[in-house]
Design a protein around this ligand. Structure first.
Ligand code: NDP
Length: 345
C-alpha cells in the first residue's frame, strides 16, 4: 500500500508517458463530457483539468455538453473551473449542441443519459436512451478525431455503448463502458477483508453488465495468491458479491445522492489506463465481446479483465472460471441480449 502511494506521488514528477493512442504529442487534448452539469460531471471536470487523466504535462481543452435547460448550471461549472486557476486547463467551452462538443474531440466521456422515472418501463428507458446515443454516435463519427476514445457512463451503459458504436459505425475498439467503479469497489473490499498481505496477487475482476447481474470475482485470475481460508472463501462466494453489486444503492441511501466522487475517480482511472497504459496491471473494462477467450457471445459490450498499452486494450488471458462464475456470467449475458433486443438492435 505504501509503495503504491509513493508511486502515485512520484507520477506527479515523472516525465510524460507517450500517448501512442494519438498521432503525435498534441499540445492540447480536447475532451468532451456530456451530462456535464450533472453530479459526475461536476466531480470529473476538475480531475481531468488537474492532469489526473492524461498526466501532469498535458494541457486539456474541455467541451462541456448538457441539455438546453442546464446551460445556466454549466455556466456556473465553467466559472468555477476558471476560478481554480489550473495551469493545464487550456479552455472550457459549454454547449447544448453535440456538433460543438464533439468536433475534433480526442476523447469523450458520455455521462448524459435519461434517468429512470417512477412507473417507467425498462423498454421505454432503453428506447429513450437509444435515441440519445444513436445521435451522438453519428456526430462522433462525423466530427470527432478518428482516434477519439469514447467511454460511456450513462446507464444502461453497456447497451448505450453498443448503440453508439453500431449507429455511428465507430471503430468498436475505440468504444467502451464503465465498470471500473465496480472493480475499484471490489479492490477496496478485498483489501478491507484480507489486509495488504492477503490481498497481494489477488486479482479483482468484474464480468458482464454494469447492473445487478455483474459478476465480481476474486479467484479466476488469482492463481499466484495464497489460498483463501474457509471463512474468507465463504465471504467471497457469498456476501461479497451483493456488497459490490449493491454498493451504489447503499451510497445513494446514505448520502441521498449517487456516488459521483468515486465514479469520477473511476472514469479517470479507466481513461488513463486505456490511453497511457495499465503498465501490466489487469483492470476491468466493458468492451466489445468479439474474440474473447471466455465464451461470451460476440455482439455485446461486456466487462472483461483487460490490460492496456498506448490506447489499445487486450483481453487478459488465463482466467480459470468456476461453474458458479460461469453460471453468473451467463445470466449477465442473457440480460445484455435482452437489453439489445429491447433497444431495437
Ligand atoms: P449523474 O451525473 O449522477 O449520473 C450520470 C449517469 O451516470 C447516469 O446515467 C447514472 O446512471 C450513471 N452512473 C451513476 N453512477 C454510476 C456508476 N457508478 N457507474 C456507471 N454509471 C453511473 O446524474 P445527474 O442526474 O446528476 O446528471 C445527468 C446529467 O445528464 C444532467 O445534467 C442531465 O441534464 C444530463 N442529460 C444529458 C443528456 C444529453 O447530453 N443528451 C440527456 C439526458 C440527460 P444512474 O442514474 O442509473 O445511476
Amino acid at each position: 500500500m505504501a509503495t503504491q502511494k509513493i508511486s502515485n506521488f512520484l507520477t506527479l514528477f515523472a516525465p510524460p508517458r507517450p500517448m501512442a493512442a494519438f498521432p503525435s504529442n498534441l499540445p492540447v487534448l480536447t475532451v468532451a463530457i456530456t451530462g456535464a452539469a450533472g453530479q459526475i460531471g461536476y466531480s470529473l471536470a476538475p480531475l481531468i483539468a488537474q492532469g489526473l487523466m492524461f498526466g501532469p504535462h498535458q494541457k486539456v481543452a474541455l467541451r462541456l455538453l448538457d441539455l438546453g435547460t442546464a446551460q445556466d448550471a454549466l455556466s456556473g461549472v465553467r466559472m468555477e473551473l476558471l476560478d481554480c486557476a489550473l495551469p493545464l486547463l487550456h479552455s472550457v467551452d459549454i454547449t447544448a449542441d453535440p456538433h460543438v462538443a464533439f468536433t475534433g474531440a480526442d476523447a469523450a466521456v458520455l455521462c448524459g443519459a435519461f434517468p429512470r422515472r417512477p412507473g417507467m418501463e425498462r423498454q421505454d428507458l432503453l428506447l429513450t436512451n437509444a435515441g440519445i446515443f444513436k445521435q451522438q454516435g453519428r456526430v462522433i463519427r462525423d466530427a470527432a478525431a478518428a482516434h477519439c476514445r469514447v467511454l460511456v457512463v450513462g446507464n444502461p451503459a453497456n447497451t448505450n455503448a453498443l448503440i453508439l458504436a453500431t449507429s455511428g459505425g465507430l471503430n468498436p475498439a475505440h468504444v467502451s463502458a464503465l465498470t471500473r467503479l465496480d472493480h475499484n469497489r471490489a479492490v477496496g473490499l478485498i483489501a478491507a477483508r484480507l489486509g495488504p498481505t492477503g490481498a497481494a496477487h489477488r486479482q479483482a475482476v468484474i464480468w458482464g453488465n454494469h447492473s445487478a447481474t455483474q459478476v465480481p470475482d476474486v479467484e479466476s485470475l488469482s492463481s499466484a495468491a495464497a489460498p483463501l481460508s474457509a471463512d474468507d472463501a465463504a465471504y467471497f462466494h457469498g456476501e461479497f458479491i451483493p456488497q459490490v453489486q449493491q454498493r451504489g444503492a447503499e451510497v445513494m441511501k446514505l448520502r441521498g445522492l449517487s456516488s459521483a466522487l468515486s465514479a469520477a475517480k473511476a472514469i479517470v482511472d479507466h481513461m488513463r489506463d486505456w490511453i497511457l497504459g495499465s503498465e501490466g496491471r489487469v483492470v476491468s473494462m466493458a468492451v466489445p465481446s468479439a474474440g474473447n477467450p471466455y465464451g461470451v457471445p460476440a455482439g455485446l459490450i461486456y466487462s472483461f479483465p483487460v490490460t492496456c498499452a498506448a490506447g489499445v486494450w487486450h483481453f487478459a488471458p488465463g482466467a480459470v472460471l468456476t461453474e458458479d462464475i460461469k453460471r453468473r456470467m451467463d445470466a449477465s449475458t442473457a440480460e445484455l441480449v435482452e437489453e439489445r433486443t429491447l433497444a431495437g438492435l
